[in-house]
Design a protein around this ligand. Sequence first.
Ligand code: NAI
Length: 324
Amino acid sequence: PHSAKRVTVTGAAGQICYSLLFRLAKGDVFGPDQPVILQLLEIPQALPAVRGVVMELEDCAFPLLAGVVVTDDPAVAFRDTDAAFLIGARPRSKGMERRDLLLANAEIFKVQGQALDKAARREARVIVVGNPANTNAAILAANAPGFPTENITAMLRLDHNRALSQFAAKAGVPVGSLDRVAVWGNHSPTMFPDWRFATANGKSLPDLIGDGDWYKSKLIPTVAQRGTAVIEARGASSAASAANAAIDHMRDWFQGTNGRWVSMGVPSDGSYGIPKGLICGVPVTCTPGQYHRVTGLPIDEFARSMLDRTIGELKEELAAIAKS
Ligand code: NAI
């Protein structure tokens, strides 16, 4: 039997975690032979609610759940961790400006970056889900100088999965037949779902759909506004689908994608005109434990304008924090 993997999860009392934790404990990230110890971080007021979730985890009698730690101390939550899901973040409250939201979250991710730096295993893989996810991940990395920056990522997978479903429905093909879809940029309405290289059963998806107008006037706004549409319909933000995307991201990173493209927010290496220091959605493939940027893709005029817009937003978010 394998020794247990330690998995840090923040925001454990929140709605995404109410789905995520059960799937983690069931083995959906590391597979059916890998026990896990969950290290759950919350703010002090939310610890009683976390204990309720832990009672339910116990009541599932998951064979792979080797232990649960509940804490409000980041140093405890990140101790010896192998994988970290950073879900907890400060939501926008009434009257709060965008800049205040950025600053409140920068403070949270600064503290957590320092704890990661001190306490986590250097091999740990980190996904930031809490919004603004890309910028929070950049702040985390900046505050963890002794931790490998390439192991810090942000979640674009929900946008990627949303695009996959829309493409599959339009083309009338199963989702599993699609490959080489990319979502570039910030996890925000500026992200750029790129179908230029996409295939269905190995054939060009744009050729199969044959409707460039649909792509620009319907697909891109639908994916960009999907979060808002879910809030309007459900009265609450995407939770199960966000948890699913986080599971997909980490499972693929730990287990590999067999050549299939997925989208991840990764620290820029300067390619595609994305400045270093940003954590930006790009297409990658994964082999177990490693992501590999898809390199050398041509960027046409439309793609350039879409990329520049979302990169510009990422730069502004970081600049707003740097100014404070
Ligand atoms: P939620 O409000 O239900 O839960 C968030 C939890 O985080 C709360 O229980 C809160 O007490 C906790 N928290 C706040 N500050 C914390 C800190 N410093 N340390 C530990 N825990 C802390 O929110 P939900 O629905 O679970 O969403 C979580 C985050 O994920 C939000 O920021 C949301 O905007 C973001 N999100 C990101 C997506 C993406 O695609 N990147 C998709 C969907 C949501």
